[in-house]
Write a protein that binds this ligand. Structure first.
Ligand SMILES: C[S@@+](CC[C@H](N)C(=O)[O-])C[C@H]1O[C@@H](n2cnc3c(N)ncnc32)[C@H](O)[C@@H]1O
Length: 219
């Protein structure tokens, strides 16, 4: 792998896929999202971290929610803006941001992040992810985070992987990940000064057989 931060390498995957006009992930929003919408008003501010190809943010935008969505990948954000334009929606809600290195002025009532946490392999990066949540949630604000895993398995793949992965006939570099157990995730939440409200295992997250879902509050 080239010498750039491993978590930025999804960009190459999107570039390969999008150059052929194909979405890597698809365009269906996570079913799990709907479960939380009944408790969110249209006035509340929402941020999606690691929005990828935008299927969740676009769904929220169409429903009239007050959402901003970021991703470290420029190719992903370009794809999202194009999709928003095609659907005559506001493309300016999408912007590039490395949440491990950058911050926003604004704080939010709700933060969603689907299948991003497991991309952070080192403790330093994982702690930065939680710190971003704590710095960008309003008091009593809520974050809904999903991470690949069945709650029991704990596994960290090497940052230097020399394998390929295919989806929709597109083949790209396999990327490292950390599948943390639910106990590990609870420990991370505590040590970063956040409060766990609820945790469960779901099969409704696109692309993954099982995911851990955690609802986190800022104290
Ligand atoms: C497995 S994909 C999930 C994308 C999308 N949430 C979904 O459910 O389809 C992980 C995403 O996290 C993004 N990401 C990785 N590191 C990031 C960072 N430091 N800041 C913002 N986004 C990041 C990647 O570019 C990628 O789009």
């Amino acid at each position: 792998m080239e010498n750039i931060e491993y978590y930025k390498k999804y960009d190459e995957r999107y570039k390969t896929s999008h150059s052929q006009g194909i979405a890597w992930t698809g365009d269906k929003h996570s079913k799990i999202l709907e479960k939380y919408l009944k408790d969110i008003s249209k006035e509340q501010t929402i941020l999606e971290i690691g929005c990828g190809e935008g299927q969740n943010a676009l769904y929220l935008l169409k429903q009239g929610y007050n959402i901003l969505a970021c991703d470290v990948s420029e190719n992903a954000i370009c794809w999202c803006k194009n999709r928003a334009e095609q659907e005559k929606l506001n493309k300016d809600i999408f912007f590039t941001l490395d949440i491990l290195e950058e911050k926003l002025e604004q704080k939010f009532d709700v933060i969603f992040s689907f299948s991003v946490l497991h991309m952070f392999v080192t403790n330093e990066h994982r702690d930065k992810f939680y710190k971003f949540l704590s710095n960008h949630l309003k008091k009593n604000g809520k974050a809904i985070i999903t991470s690949m895993g069945d709650g029991e398995i704990s596994f960290t793949s090497s940052i230097n992987i020399d394998e390929k992965v295919s989806n929709n006939n597109i083949t790209t570099q396999k990327l490292p990940c950390k599948i943390a157990s639910l106990n590990e995730i609870k420990e991370e939440i505590n040590r970063n000064g956040l409060r766990l409200k609820n945790a469960y295992i779901s099969g409704e997250i696109q692309g993954f057989e099982k995911s851990i879902v955690v609802e986190i509050y800022r104290n």
